[in-house]
Design a protein around this ligand. Sequence first.
Ligand code: ADP
Ligand code: MG
Ligand code: ZN
Length: 590
Amino acid sequence: MLQQAQDYLKKYFGYTSFRKGQDQIIANIIAGKDTLGIMPTGGGKSICYQIPALIFPGITIVISPLISLMKDQTDTLTALGIPATFINSTLSQGEVNQRLGQADDGRYKLLYIAPERFESELFFSWIRSLPISMFAIDEAHCISQWGHDFRPSYQTIASVIEALPNRPIISAFTATATPEVIRDIETILDLKGNTFITGFQRENLVYSVVRGENKRDVVLQVLEDNPDQSGIIYASTRKEVQLLYDFLLLKGYRAGMYHGGMNEQERERNQDQFIYDEIQVMVATNAFGMGIDKSNVRFVIHYNLPKNMEAYVQEAGRAGRDGEPSQCILLFHPQDIQIQKFLIEQSVSHEERKKQEYEKLQIMVDYCHTQQCLSNYILQYFGETGHEECGTCSNCSEESELVDRTIEAQKVFSCIVRMQERYGVTMIAKVLKGSLDKKLLQFRLHHLSTYGLLKQHTEKEISDFIHWLVAEDYLMLAGGKFPIVKLRPPAKAVLLRQESVYRKVRKRKQVFAQDEVLFQHLRELRKQLAEEAQVPPYVIFADSTLREMCESLPGNRMDMLNVKGVGEVKYEKYGAQFLAVIQSYLQEHP
Ligand code: ADP
Ligand code: MG
Ligand code: ZN
């Protein structure tokens, strides 16, 4: 039977081999056992139930909380030649009845359903009569109160399934589960002993933490390094989202915005524009994401510190679902800790829980300061040890040199002392620059001996440097809205010449110019086909598939079917057109 699974993988999905864990999970399911699969985002959970669904005689019911994704998911399956549909609240009663009727007639192998349906008696009496082979429960962490996205209606699923005359097989899947959540899922669904954990490692994600640099500059740099590539920028407040969004528009980027303060229509429109590659970067609060299955997100930037590791891994994990190298960048500034503390104070009343949240936040802050491999740090948090260093994260790879900044730091510190630790970053920078700012003159700060000490630098460079000194714990920001800069003990040691200040400066990585022309041509064709079929571009082919076409330059049907992601049905639909583009490109560029 596993041979059949293998054949279907090639025939329908166009892949030659299973990924880590997929074969074991599929073998267990088709042997008729209930199964829980824990796999990282982008690890390929869908195939683990889709292939058994094709093998089983009856229908498979897929339960998913991601209503906004169901259409995409079933469109994707239909494009692969797999009969599938969905039922959720976006349909009229007429449409629902029609689909139920078609399911009764055996027209579908997979039926996607929102969990809420399981609370309806009518629905139960209908599914009783269906020949159901399997229930596949996606995003299974929603079943647990300990999960980060608990959905009460998930808890009714188990009893509904138990009450069916012939109990079907249950398979459940999730990416983000702490041991606690895993135990919960096992108990509620009664799955013990058939849990497969393939690990949390996402080898294609490149993690970096950036401290003490101007955040906007970093964002612009990332956008410049990734022309026309999709990305998400998360910020912690609506206001910050708005400011950054305005800034990016001003700089000429195709940016979109998403936060809880916008109305549903606006949000949905922006989300669709992002999914359909109409906008390049989405600036959003954490309200954005549940429901994003876009496979070609090339970077996720956290403009502010997230509240904990679970949230970070989930949000950053939206990068690179297609397996292509993608960046997860966290921009750290000590002030962001205050925002998170404030949010904890606002939202958590239970004392014990509050303590827990503070501990989780501290782990997140430690992530920003660790010298260790970032990927390993994350894996350890989820209980995985013994991995080799990733070699790609900012701690592993950074080609950096240490530059002695002791003199400049002393100038900054003594200026702060002269200003009696009573001013904020901006004013200190102005004094060091020797600015003729009106307020500065009014406060008579131009008489200080440190006035103009760093005049060869720009004011922005000076304030970035001060922020870096804050990030490195030489200085602290005190007070709320207009924080004042104060010295911390390490700064005093520097002033006394007992310690030196070294700044790690990144050597800019050399960017190799890849031939992008063909890739762009293929993307254009994909976009055009997607518009005709009214599906997102990645439903036609994933970025990784187009990349492989650029590398292997297929010249005929056989070559094309060897490209990862090209199955028979897709070849029949689109193969010839992509071949034609490649051939004409080769004629122009022999
Ligand atoms: P998740 O585990 O996050 O639900 P998906 O099921 O959406 O992941 O799969 C992520 C991507 O990986 C999809 O584009 C899918 O087609 C691809 N994929 C899954 N299995 C394989 C495989 N065996 N070989 C190559 N690509 C695969
Ligand atoms: Mg999934
Ligand atoms: Zn590393």
